[in-house]
Design a protein around this ligand. Structure first.
Ligand code: NAD
Ligand code: MG
Length: 383
């Protein structure tokens, strides 16, 4: 018999950077959690090994052929496609869904989790960027969302020092990525240079987004919806050491921050144990050793991506969807050396200008259509 007090987890994106770190965290917390299912894109061999190591009772792969291959290797049920993934998310045996899928592919599974009144622990930020208003609406029925993104985890922790109506500003910190304080021509940057993040080791897409600072643009929009705070009350502060993960300023000008060494296992674990805290095996922060924390304003002329967040929030979720989709394609074009690093931001700006935005609160079908139209538009323009 399964212990009823154990929380059952569906882990989406189990093969990625956040997914593997989540498995690492869960492995130490077997008294509280049990892995119900794992989901990934098409990584058959990694999934097979994860099934052997972590014993989930079900699995799903987005890719049908990969799912058939995995089925032949394992005894547990293997589902496929978005329908398969969503049926795992909705499974009545699942209590908590961890969404660590990269990109827009995380939208429908994340939304399914909230609509099924699950607790959603989301590393995926693109789902809130594209459909934040729909998530907020769907949460009214009882599902809740705990962020895994380190800045939003810090904002959640800091926000507990006051009431929602006392919040004056959300201050998102940003490392600035590898090029913030480098005198380098953005037209000449190679993928290898852009992938080398100074403080974090992450998936490819988010590493490039950190270098253009479009990751912070996504996080501004994510914060707007997760904390229900208007964009005028959200700002970005460059903090190259990535020790302060974000701050909440209250109406009395108190600023409350969360500090730790940069290690995603902490926000992953906090999301799992929230509102409680447990011992975590990350290294202790020693400020006397670090000595100096520095802060800078964002040089928006070099990182126009930041301004796209505010523009998209003004124009509504279809504009945020356009910016996100244009970035996903632009990043893949840059990684395959078809466009320059500087082109990534140019393409997002051009895509935002190209489309019309007459509906600030679109339905999910409109969002998915606009996501596809944007991808097609960018690919046609930059074949
Ligand atoms: P990653 O590229 O390392 O892993 C992505 C995972 O998503 C893989 O398991 C892949 O199989 C799965 N996936 C991709 N497309 C899929 C699909 N259509 N269906 C099912 N699964 C699919 O990415 P990551 O760096 O772990 O990032 C995941 C998410 O977390 C992103 O939204 C990212 O912005 C966010 N995030 C990551 C970090 C980090 O440190 N890596 C920090 C904060 C937020
Ligand atoms: Mg982040």
């Amino acid at each position: 018999m399964m212990n009823k007090s154990l929380k059952r987890i569906a882990l989406l994106g189990s093969t990625g950077s956040i997914g593997t770190q989540t498995l690492d965290v869960l492995h130490r917390m077997q008294d509280d959690f049990v892995l119900h299912s794992i989901v990934a894109f098409n990584e058959v061999n990694i999934l097979d090994k994860q099934i052997k190591d972590f014993h989930p009772s079900k699995a799903a792969l987005f890719d049908n052929i990969a799912a058939e291959k995995l089925s032949a290797l394992t005894n547990i049920p293997v589902l496929s496609g978005n329908e398969g993934i969503i049926s795992l998310v909705e499974d009545p045996e699942v209590d908590i869904v961890v969404n660590a899928i990269a990109g827009a592919a995380g939208l429908l599974p994340g939304l399914a989790a909230i609509r099924a009144n699950k607790r959603l622990l989301s590393a995926n930020k693109e789902c809130f960027v594209m459909a934040g208003h729909i998530f907020r609406d769907a949460m009214k029925n009882g599902g809740d969302i705990i962020p895994i993104d380190s800045e939003h985890s810090a904002l959640l922790q800091a926000s507990l020092a006051g009431k929602h109506k006392e919040i004056k500003e959300l201050i998102l910190t940003a490392s600035g990525g590898p090029f913030f304080n480098k005198d380098i021509d953005f037209n000449t940057i190679t993928p290898e240079q852009a992938l080398a993040h100074p403080n974090w080791s992450m998936g490819q897409k988010i590493s490039i987004d950190s270098a253009t600072m479009f990751n912070k643009a996504l996080e501004i929009i994510e914060a707007r919806w997760l904390f229900d705070i208007p964009s005028e009350q959200i700002s970005v502060l460059i903090h190259p050491q990535s020790i302060i993960h974000s701050l909440v300023e209250f109406n009395d000008y108190s600023q409350i921050a969360q500090l730790s060494l940069p290690d995603m296992r902490l926000p992953i674990q906090y999301a799992l144990t929230y509102p409680d805290r447990k011992n975590c095996p990350i290294d202790k922060l020693n400020l006397a050793e670090i000595k100096t924390l520095t802060f800078h304003e964002v040089p928006v002329d070099r990182f126009p991506a930041i301004s796209y967040a505010y523009k998209a929030l003004e124009l509504g979720s279809l504009a945020a969807t356009v910016a996100n989709a244009a970035d996903e394609i632009a990043v893949s074009l840059f990684l395959s050396e078809k466009i320059s690093f500087a082109d990534i931001s140019r393409i997002i700006g051009a895509a935002l200008d190209h489309f019309a935005y007459d509906n600030s609160y679109p339905e999910i079908d409109e969002i998915i259509l606009r996501d596809r139209e944007t991808r097609e538009w960018v690919m046609k323009k930059y074949p």
